[in-house]
Structures are given as C-alpha cells and as structure tokens.
Ligand binder design. Sequence first.
Ligand code: HEC
Length: 229
Amino acid sequence: MTLRIRNLLVVCTGLLVLGVLISDCSSPKPSSTSTPPSASPPATKLWGDMKPVVSVKELMRDMLDPLADNIFDAVSTQITKKGVVNIEPKTDADWEKIRIGAVTLAEGAYLLKVPRPFAPPGDLNNSGGPDPVELSPAQITAKVERDPVEWNARIEALRNVGLEVLDIVKRKDVNELWDAGENLDRACEQCHRSYWYPGEDAKFYQKLNRRMEEFRQSVPAGRTGKPQK
Ligand code: HEC
C-alpha cells in the first residue's frame, strides 16, 4: 500500500469515527482493484503447446482408470464372515487418496482434448470379425472429428464428477461419495458406449465391466450398501 493511500485511510478512518461520511474516502484504491473484482486472468490461451505422450487407450489404462479407483474403491459394501461391512473413508489419509483421484480426473480429463491416437500403432481394438463389439481407432477418430462437441461434452461430464468429488472431500461427506461413485461410473460408461463399444452385447458388457469384478466380492452400491438419506 502506498503511503498516499495509507494516509488517506487514516484520514478516512478518523472521519468515520466522527460519523462523517465522505464519498471521496471510498474512492482511492490500489490500482489492482480498479478492474472488476470478478475478472480473473483470461484462460483463452495456453502458455505453451501440448504434446501427447500416449494414446487415449493408454491414458485410460495408465492414468484415468487407476486413479478413478481411488474414488470407486473408497466406498463399498463387503460381505465377510463377520457379516456386511461398509467400507468408507475414515482417516485423513483415506480422504487424501480420494482427493488425489478427484484432482487427477478433473485436470486429467482435459488431456483428452489434446488430439492423440486412440490406440497404440497396430492395435485395432476388438473391431474385426462379423459382429465387432468395438470400433476401430480409425472409426473412433472419424466419429470425434464428425462431432467434436459431443466428445467435449463427455470430457466435461468426467471433469464435473472430479469437481463434485473435490467438493465432497472438502466437506468429508461420506453419503454423497456413494452418489459420486455412481456418477463417475456413468461418466465413464456413457463415453465408452458412444465411442468405444457401441456394438456391445450384454455378454461382452458383463465381461468387461469393472463393476462385475467387484460383484464377486461384494454387493453393489445402491442395493443394500447405500446409506438411506
Ligand atoms: C471422453 C470419453 C471417455 C471418458 C469420459 C472415459 N473414457 Fe475410457 N476410453 C475411451 C475410449 C475412446 C477408449 C478406447 C480407446 C481405444 O481402444 O481405441 C477408452 C478405453 C478405456 C479403457 C481400456 C484401456 C485398455 O487398456 O484397454 C479403460 C480401462 C477405460 N477407458 C477406463 C475409463 C474410466 C475408468 C473412465 C472414467 C473414470 C473412463 N475410461 C472415461 C473414452 C473415454
């Protein structure tokens, strides 16, 4: 704060103490507040280029999928010999792990906006044969290029769940975490169904779905495990 403003403040304070309101007293401000307070730096331009390292498939396998598990695995209902046990975050470390997952999803989702191959070279997905369940990387690329708006909307949907979970972590709201897990599952699956395996049949879906794996050890959230509000 400059000396000038400081002195003015002293004067103003003195005047206010006397109960005298002078409009001038409120006008001198440090130059940084002369722009509208809501204006944050425009985020229209990147600070530099973004270059992909891996394909979408590998980004899923090595980053988004494992870190999403920090959220998926945070709550569950398990049937043990002792009975039905609710797994829920308790310690600060538990919540930190969820936060790490949420930050990774919220920020990492935007890496899907960087054009990159959908699969590593030579990997055609499960796209051969008479009734292919998966689209080939070339087909996925064509679909995204035809309608980038949908692709971006699916990315934003994933990011939004990341933001939702960040907020839940701040409030340590276990009940909402159950819902967030379902929202996350939906954000992943809706994109996959649109771009990756629109031709899936029920059997394939069951095989693939990560939740089915959990099913073997636990009762899915929403049937018995979800706390009633
Ligand atoms: C914006 C769209 C989109 C979202 C959102 C998305 N994925 Fe994917 N994911 C894809 C596409 C497309 C592929 C298939 C790429 C390919 O094989 O060509 C894929 C593939 C995968 C794979 C397969 C990796 C492999 O090695 O075979 C896994 C696992 C995966 N996603 C997990 C997830 C999880 C978990 C989430 C949510 C946290 C998620 N994805 C969200 C688009 C998305």
